[in-house]
Design a protein around this ligand. Sequence first.
Ligand code: ZN
Ligand code: ZN
Length: 476
Amino acid sequence: MSDYWESRKVDDIFNKNTDDAISKLKKIYRQQGREIQKAITNIYITMLEDGGISTVELYKFNRFKNLLEEINSILKSYGEQEIKVISKGLEQATKDIIGDIAENSNISFTIINEKAIQEIVNTKFKGESFSKRIWKNRDNLGKLIERNLQNIIASGMNKDKAVSEIMDIHNSSFHNADRLVRTETMRCINSGQIETYKARGRTHGYYSYSKDKRTCDKCKKLGEETKANPLPLEDLEPVHHPNCRCTILPAIDLKKYTKSDNIDKSNNFDDLKKYFKDNYNIAFSDNIYELDFKAVKESSIGIDYVIKEFPQAKNVFRGLDVNNSGVMCATYGGVINFNPLYYKDYEQLKESMYQGDTTGFHPKNTGILECGSHEMGHILERALIEKYCNTDNQKIMAWRNCEQAKILVSNACKNAKKLKEGKGLKNKQLIEQISQYAEQDKSECLAEAVADYIANKEDASILSKEIWKLLKEELG
Ligand SMILES: [Zn+2]
Ligand SMILES: [Zn+2]
């Protein structure tokens, strides 16, 4: 799911459930306040009828002790109501998020059971369950009222002023309840997300911090760090601090495909040539030796990421060479070319990529690496042609007319429209979400989708993800 849709969906579930719980809590606090006010008014009337407002009068006949008992029993009975309301809200938020993810996944869902939900709801945040926090807050409130009442009465303050001071203390305690609901709701939503990602076979995830709200520097930093280096799902914290609005997204572990091999370890063109020869048996032209090694290596990694995911495309990938068209280009013959005009200067190449990314011409977060992935996308289309066309003539025509890309993109659009976030969108709008260049033709759309997916994984546009899925079905 894209960051945008993910955060909108979480926002919807969060807002619906917190609004509901908070409006019920307001009612509870209003009634509770009225009862406490009544108790204080009564003791004032008793003292006035007896001998006036003083500490002596307050302690006569166990008056103060009885008053505190009354206040504590009010706090206790409304505390029970508060727990009920919050507990129900947290359950609902957990169910909503799990249900929503299930609805948007093509998997049958079995982890939703009462026990799992109750476990999430009652898990401790920083050492305390939400109900324990509520009792602690209420305990503090009782003590605060006690201490202030003693001082107020000792000072001889009149009834109306006394009541208004105690009500201020009471009402400000509502902020604790409000914050608790927000923090705990977020905790449950994120815990529910973690569980569903696990059920879908995901192992790693990262924090997505909310960009439009008051995000603290710590959350922003954690979001950026974990996006670059996703953490095992069980190591992710459902919330970082009270009122935290970060959400959790699953990561696809592409790294596992590269750790064991040595394209990363290539230090020069000879290493790179050997790597491609050993792994894919392709021709690596000597012309490439004229280019900037760092730039070629980075794009080669982008090629490597893709080809590893599509073993069935290996046999149409024939070589790497140099050619003056595009930044890179892929040919019908299965050769991917680097354009020397760009590939002789790493910094300049990076600069031109950066402009493409920021203007939306290419998918977000794409650069030199994904440029290689894009070209590999064209090779994937070539592999589809090989799979579905018989004669050379048919194959060449299919390549020229983007026939296979048209079919695949059209099917992917159909699938994307079945998703909640794709509902009502036209093909053109879905393609626009990938990049401006994806609108060129369906071959470019397919290639841009591959680059988008390599760069953004679960954050890629919905159409890119559907294109990737179909490619995996065809060639994975
Ligand atoms: Zn946060
Ligand atoms: Zn292209």
